[in-house]
Ligand binder design. Structure first.
Ligand code: FE2
Length: 423
């Protein structure tokens, strides 16, 4: 909890504004705030935003790329098989070291909240123990929300007991994977069990749901049904929902009304959806991401996740949520100005609503958490993925980086090219 005055902030729609943080809380946003003896930063009219949020990640698997081998086919199923091979060799020390490293990468890029799924399939709950300890260790710097995720299927293994034990240990959110259960009926049953558990324990739900190219998968429909039945409106998220990309258009018009009725939150993972879905297609190949523009237009909250960085499912990534939003707007044909801003919101303000984060946003009374980016607004941020000059948590600078050549970044010529052209 610190005091900090940030002069000359560019808020996108407002220039050269000052922000005062006292005891970790934003107390004033106004022009020309006087110096008051507290530490001061000059933002030089660069763009200031609330921190980025990753709404869907797998921190127990991250940075394990190549262990024990790489995913040759690049498919979701080989990734799950590979993760199954890796799990018996995992140690708490290794999981924590990789998770800690990933948190540092995220913080340096201005992400201060991550919802991470944690595999509860194994009886030893090693990943749960590890990530609970990391959540505590890193809490001054980054907010971790953990989801109990039955990777092998709730009804496939001895998973329900493990999932309940993980909630007792302090995991925050109830996860699921209905499309990976043995049958559609088992998938339906798993949704019923998990939603009833959420209602009983007053917890949020976030299920991997219909992460396939199968246009006939119907688990999103069942998720809306049980959300409605148990009055969990606004408290349930569906992650991925990629089959919706392939669904019949008439059925989609029915389904989106059901989703709206229960304020279902949507969490696509653009980097992963574009690479994993459509793998079995000949040309034309499906893009595979769920119907983001239609969902946003309908009024649903859509938040993006990174999902994976250097793990059995994805061989790339540096945990930059601007890279995620940049991919999303390309995949979804969202290059209109308002559409691009909506994609920026999907890794900031809308994501805060989906994760039910309190005191988020650049307003008086909210947490003094913000990022100064070396650019002028949201759209330039998406275009350049610029240097995060300062990352501030409750008034304290927790990461900073030297400015780069802004003129060169935005597309201008560097000095040396001028000299070459003059010859
Ligand atoms: Fe996932």
């Amino acid at each position: 909890m610190s005091d900090l005055l940030i002069k000359n902030c560019n808020l996108g729609d407002r220039q050269n504004t000052d922000i005062l943080i006292k005891n970790g809380v934003i107390t004033e946003i106004s022009d020309d705030l006087p110096q008051n003896g507290c530490p001061e930063i000059n933002a030089k009219n660069y763009f200031v935003t609330s921190p980025f949020i990753d709404s869907h990640f797998h921190m127990d698997a991250t940075l394990s790329y190549g262990l024990p081998r790489i995913n040759k086919s690049g498919t979701l199923l080989e990734g799950i098989q590979l993760w199954g091979e890796l799990k018996p060799t995992l140690t708490k020390k290794a999981i924590k070291a990789r998770a800690r490293e990933l948190c540092k990468w995220a913080i340096a890029r201005g992400t201060l909240s991550i919802r991470s799924h944690v595999d509860v399939s194994g009886d030893n709950l090693l990943a749960v123990e590890s990530l609970l300890e990391i959540r505590e260790e890193m809490k001054e710097f980054i907010n971790l929300q953990l989801v109990a995720f039955p990777q092998d299927g709730l009804l496939r293994a001895n998973c329900l007991d493990n999932l309940i034990r993980s909630l007792d240990m302090g995991v925050d959110v109830i996860g699921g994977i209905p499309h990976f259960e043995r049958t559609m009926a088992d998938g339906t049953e798993s949704i019923k069990i998990l939603c009833e558990l959420a209602e009983k324990r007053n917890l949020l739900v976030d299920m991997h749901c219909d992460e396939s190219d199968d246009p006939l998968s119907r688990h999103v429909e069942m998720l809306t049904y049980h959300t409605n039945r148990l009055r969990l409106n606004g408290r349930v998220a569906g992650s991925h929902l990629t089959s919706m990309h392939s669904m019949d258009n008439y059925y989609f018009s029915k389904l989106i009304a059901l989703m709206l009725e229960v304020d279902l939150n949507i969490i696509p993972n653009p980097l992963i959806n574009i690479t994993i879905q459509g793998k079995h297609d000949v040309y034309p190949k499906r893009r595979g991401m769920t119907r983001v523009p239609e969902q946003i237009k309908a009024g649903l909250n859509v938040a993006f996740g990174h999902d994976c960085v250097l793990d059995p499912w994805y061989p790339l990534g540096s945990h930059d949520m601007l890279e995620v939003a940049h991919m999303a707007l390309h995949v979804a044909h969202m290059t209109g100005a308002d559409d691009m801003k909506a994609c920026f919101d999907s890794v900031t303000s809308t994501a805060a609503k989906v994760l039910h984060l309190d005191n988020y946003g650049l307003q008086k009374g909210n947490n003094g958490d913000l990022v100064i980016l070396q650019c002028k607004d949201q759209i330039e941020a998406l275009r350049l993925k610029p240097t995060r000059l300062f990352v501030i948590k409750k008034g304290k600078v927790i990461s900073s980086a030297k400015p780069t050549d802004y003129k060169l970044n935005i597309g201008g010529k560097a000095e040396f090219t001028d000299l070459i052209f003059k010859k």
